[in-house]
Design a protein around this ligand. Sequence first.
Ligand code: PLP
Length: 245
Amino acid sequence: MGDGPSLATAERRAELRANLARVRERIEAASRAAGRSSAPQLIVVTKFHPASDVRALAELGVTEVGENRDQEASAKAGELADLELSWHFIGQLQTNKAKSVVRYADTVHSVDRPALASALAKAAASEPAREGRPPLACLIQVNLDQDAASGRGGALPGEIPGLADLIESSPALRLAGIMAVAPLGEDPARAFARLADCAAGLRNSHPHATMVSAGMSQDLEQAIAAGATHVRIGTDVLGPRPRVL
Ligand SMILES: *Cc1c(COP(=O)(O)O)cnc(C)c1O
């Protein structure tokens, strides 16, 4: 065995190619159905899948990759440093992981509390690997669950303005927009309509914060209808993830 990168089998590459084509077609169709002039950007969520899959996806034209665990993302980004990929961190993030995440991530979708914004600001400002790179793009993750005590992570809508100002106050960060995961047990179209309201409110005070990150394998059509600019698709491109024990 040589020291070259590990590669996906021809069979796996064919599977990824077919899945990716189907997802791209769904995105195009949903954009047309919504009367949109442009389709959202596809972020392929590669969590739990090997770096060889990400390399195969890059050969198929994927440039945006999403990961939700720092240890795994950091290892993959290191292994794939020869590729022109943009890494999106989309998972819940502990403040003590900020230093690691700012080394490889271009965008963090899950900024949900002041302590995390501050930790990312401090880490991004002092990380040598960020010199010469644009500020870290930050999205405020919004909790769309109407029962605020539950929910799949995120700031409450009322907390958005304060977090936005905090992110804007750091030269090492750039407020890019908003992100959410549709709550379980509710029609995603209704939840994404609330996200669209939050996004409009944010653009009102911060006109350049235009990213709306919403839509996963199950609900990308509803997210696109509600104005998502970025969809995060894992399962329908890569297949099922191994069960977490
Ligand atoms: C895993 C994950 C996705 C992708 O979900 P799929 O259903 O596999 O498409 C999107 N967003 C977040 C925040 C995730 O954790």
